[in-house]
Design a protein around this ligand. Sequence first.
Ligand code: LMR
Length: 320
Amino acid sequence: MARNKIALVGAGMIGGTLAHLAAMKEMGDVVLFDIAEGMPAGKALDLSQSGPVEGFDANLKGTTDYADIAGADVVIVTAGVPRKPGMSRDDLLGINLKVMKAVGEGIKANCPDAFVICITNPLDAMVWALREFSGLPHNKVVGMAGVLDSARFRHFLADEFGVSMEDVTAFVLGGHGDTMVPILEYSTVAGIPVPDLIKMGWSTQEKMDAIVARTRSGGGEIVKLLGNGSAYYAPATSAIQMAEAYLKDKKRVLPCAAYLEGQYGVDGLYVGVPIVIGAGGVERIVEIELNDEAKKGFQVSVDAVEELLEACKGLDSSLA
Ligand code: LMR
């Protein structure tokens, strides 16, 4: 059986981590693309040399030529620049939109059948633009944000309750910006909803509110600590989870930026909602009933995404 091919567009910190994870998990052969001459080849060679130690069989190739991503089953896009302390993700719109244009055209020309996962910020606008530039079907292009934001939420909740992260489920919906919506009512410890845990006296509403606020600014907290760059381990593991769901037809229910056509009252935007990912790409949008407060928060988040898309269209006339 031929191995899968995974193309990683952008060979920075997330790209390198993705390549390492994909190889260690033997998900397939890996092509690491970047425009920086020599760098992707250097990373691919370095990672290949960890193969005999780790014991994985995967071919890793670094390239600056889009032709090398031809026939990829999965493309994970991290190309573009990260924000610096003091910046918002939205400040990257102009610069990263140009990058998405080149990447989208590279995907369109070389691997139109791929499942594409976008990580570049501002996420909800970049995944929309990447889909437009690539022309791929909407169910084959998704944004990685909800898995990451929900992982942060789960980590903070597990810490507060003093339980294993494995036993904590939690969803963050909406855009991947300051308006994202961590949903406490659907968060559970071993199936017990957080509101019930508060009633049981295991924690307090004040502590939960602080966790929601920390989740919302989780990316910024790391940007500030790193000083020069943004998170890469958790973004990479999150995207790998999505790629595995597709390649192994796992039918995972994961919160991702997906294209909505009327669901949640949203039309024509990419917004974070739970979806089922399997061999068909986005196989289902899961429409959960939100309480009034979550609905209000979700709408604020959708409005922010819509505003960003308008800005995108203003910057590139081919998107208007
Ligand atoms: C994150 O949430 O870690 C990423 O979106 C990077 C960032 O700028 O916060």
